[in-house]
Design a protein around this ligand. Structure first.
Ligand SMILES: Cc1cc2nc3c(=O)[nH]c(=O)nc-3n(C[C@H](O)[C@H](O)[C@H](O)COP(=O)(O)OP(=O)(O)OC[C@H]3O[C@@H](n4cnc5c(N)ncnc54)[C@H](O)[C@@H]3O)c2cc1C
Length: 372
């Protein structure tokens, strides 16, 4: 049996390590238990956007939470760099969602109108740009592009540096990271918890379950029903190129080293991370319609990874009522929300009244929806 911590965080992906870093900043002693290299890890296969526009259609609390994370991001990135030197390459210069054809233009326009009526969402400053305005920002865009929606608050990071920076910072603040620590069981132990893992048994006053898709079965052990499901996304990386895409797009970004990353596909494929060549073709065709100049670009790398999706796409946060002190945290935008998870969510875990603060993100909403 290993000595006790204030908090055991299960899962060392972006969500778990953001929270662990935030807890350690507050002075808590933290143990992170992670499954290891065999795991399904969205945190190592994502696109790196800190994306604001379009988030929270149907749940204004999510729009505000996303926007809050965006506001916190620069200070969060600076804090990571100051402590261990990791530059997460944050850029928050705004982003575009390009429209191909009139119908896509109208869809984005309608979404802006609909979301504008939800409290706080207008602050995302999302507006439609016509084709000429887009062409001024992206001179190499193709003739099929009819316009775009734009928000000045969108940005991106290097997601692998973010993950590394969070691990490094949490450990610099005293957190213990245990790899090969796949959790098999969680149980009450006096006023705290006993967590039984493949790396031994750990004691903690509180436990945070942040194990991505594994929350579905781990959270049941503390009386929570967390209905997350996998959703597969593919990413393609080109060779290094001259500047083609100077402004960030929701489905393409040119990184500092000149490679262009394409992504944003969504697919229901169970827990399989196999590459689907048909999906790669679909992504490539769509980007060539936006940038015909890319038709001869060489793809040097591609992969797929599984998103952690809730039924409505919004986060699920809850403290167990039958076992207070046990929390389950899941979301499908763990890059975007990393700053809020570290700097605002983690202190509430230590301070109390978690379910009040995050009532909008309770899984009870699914029960209410199915009863209706
Ligand atoms: C293709 C793709 C593109 C994306 N693009 C973006 C984007 O641009 N912007 C954005 O904000 N988000 C994006 N996301 C989503 C983002 O990557 C996820 O929200 C985030 O990585 C989820 O992190 P997580 O820690 O919850 O899960 P994971 O990364 O899956 O990590 C879970 C961790 O838990 C551990 N674990 C699992 N089971 C156990 C167990 N029993 N015991 C101990 N440890 C366990 C695993 O080892 C793993 O490290 C994208 C996702 C994908 C797949």
């Amino acid at each position: 049996m290993r000595g006790g911590s204030d908090v055991i965080v299960i899962g060392g992906g972006l969500v778990g390590s953001s929270i662990a870093y935030g807890l350690a900043r507050e002075g808590a002693s933290v143990t992170i238990l992670d499954e290891g290299d065999v795991a399904l890890r969205a945190s190592r296969g994502n696109f790196g956007l800190v994306w604001v526009q379009g988030k929270g259609d149907g749940m204004h609390e999510y729009a505000s939470w996303t926007r809050r994370s965006k506001e916190l991001y620069q200070g969060f990135a600076d804090g990571i760099q100051e402590r261990d030197g990791t530059d997460i390459e944050l850029k928050q210069d705004g982003g575009l969602e390009l429209c191909l054809g009139e119908e896509e233009f109208r869809t984005n326009e309608d979404e802006i109108r609909r979301m504008h009526n939800q409290p706080g969402v207008g602050e995302n400053d999302r507006v439609m740009l016509d084709a000429d305005e887009v062409r001024r920002m992206l001179p190499l865009v193709g003739p099929e592009v009819t316009g775009a929606s734009y928000s000045p608050h969108d940005g991106h990071v290097n997601p692998l540096y973010l993950l590394r920076g969070l691990h490094g910072n949490a450990q610099a603040l005293g957190a213990r990271y245990v790899s090969g620590g796949r959790v098999r069981h969680i149980e009450k132990d006096g006023g705290g918890f006993r967590v039984i893992s493949e790396a031994g048994v750990f004691l903690g006053q509180k436990v945070v379950i942040a194990a991505g898709l594994a929350n579905k079965w781990l959270a049941e052990m503390v009386g929570l029903d967390i209905p997350v499901e996998p959703n597969r996304g593919h990413i393609l990386i080109t060779e290094r190129m001259q500047p083609v895409i100077p402004t960030l797009l929701v489905n393409a970004r040119q990184t500092a080293d000149g490679t262009i990353n394409f992504g944003n596909s969504k697919e229901s494929a169970g827990y399989s991370t196999r590459i689907n060549p048909a999906k790669l073709g679909e992504i490539a065709r769509s980007i060539i319609r936006c940038f015909p100049i890319l038709k001869d670009a060489r793809i040097v790398r591609t992969w797929s990874a599984l998103r952690v999706m809730s039924p409505d796409g919004f986060p699920i946060y809850r403290e167990s009522e039958s076992m207070p002190g046990a929390f389950s945290i899941s979301c499908h935008s763990g890059v975007t929300l990393a700053a809020a998870h570290a700097l605002e969510l983690a202190p509430v875990i230590l301070g109390g009244r978690f379910n009040e603060r995050f009532a909008a993100f309770s899984p009870e909403r699914f029960r209410a929806a199915s009863a209706a």
